[in-house]
Design a protein around this ligand. Sequence first.
Ligand code: PHE
Length: 372
Amino acid sequence: SACGTKSTGEKKSEDVIKIGVNLELSGNVASFGQSALNGFTLALDEINAAGGINGKKLEIIKYDNKSDNTEAASVATRLITQDKVPIIFGAVTSGNTMAFINIAEANKVPVLTATATNPDVTVDPKTGKVREYVFRTCFIDPFQGTAMAKFATEELKVKRAAILKDNTSPYSVGLAKFFTEGFKAGGGEVVADENFTVNDQDFRSVLTKIKSLNPDFIYVPAYYEQVGQIVKQAREMGINVAFGGSDGWDSPKLIEIAGKDALKNCYITNHYSPDRDDPKVKEFVKKYKEKYGNVPDALAALGYDTGYVLAAALKNAKEITPEAIKDALKNVKDVEGVTGKISIDEQHNAKKGLVILEFVDGKQTYRKFVEP
Ligand code: PHE
């Protein structure tokens, strides 16, 4: 009509599916959020280029939760009440995700995290009930913690482990517990279980205490900023035993902070290795490098796979509503990803294997695959 304002090229809101994104794009785990967003965006771009979901294009609506619980909760509220998204992707960390799952559940909007590995994310520990609206595409921490315990006992042949954890992080606390159970079951002894908090920078006094207890292995289930300081300071103090870590070590920043020499004799559990001899992995690494200029880490790989898991659910959803997407997520089966084959199980988790990586010259080097 003469007074119409819509240009023909402009997309009507019915032509798009809004995808809410709640990620750590700044703050102390910013490299996690950036990588997860890059991987997720690459997948969604590919899905859109191939025609979208039944003719509808996926549109990312993203906010930075600043690696902060309070901020993650307000981002969730904004996505749900203001942007009215039918699904939220995020957050990366277990703590930041747990900070908003109650809000999502109260509003009946599904949450899909690629990376939050603490068991309590999908199952309420108080009731033992699966959280209706929360799903993930990664393995969980009992598997990750016991896999490192088994590797330490059987392959590194260590017997006296010290643990240094962030007791303000549910991820860190959970992994310390699962590692302890596994290590004791394998005949080892935990000679120290020490804590730090999220803003600590100087670990020399706790490391002095650990050193005096003479461990032959130190498990640090934490995130790269502090891990980098811990490993660096430990080596400066002459602590040369092997360190064990978790997926939270996976950041290019770790090498910058600790230096490659300090990372010698360090081993971690992780979700994927870009060096795997698999055509799907090779193709992903190539496409990712072309777009972003660096080798994708596990966060990027998980973000990418989660884009395809989301697409599978959206394709099967009866309609594009939070309720129908939630129902479709429950039935996701056999999505072939770069981090493994993804099926959502009864507990809303994905059963996948893990890799053990060793830092060689500062580079994460493939050691072994552990079956789920
Ligand atoms: N698993 C971590 C958490 O739950 C997040 C993470 C995943 C970090 C993958 C790095 C790589 O907090």
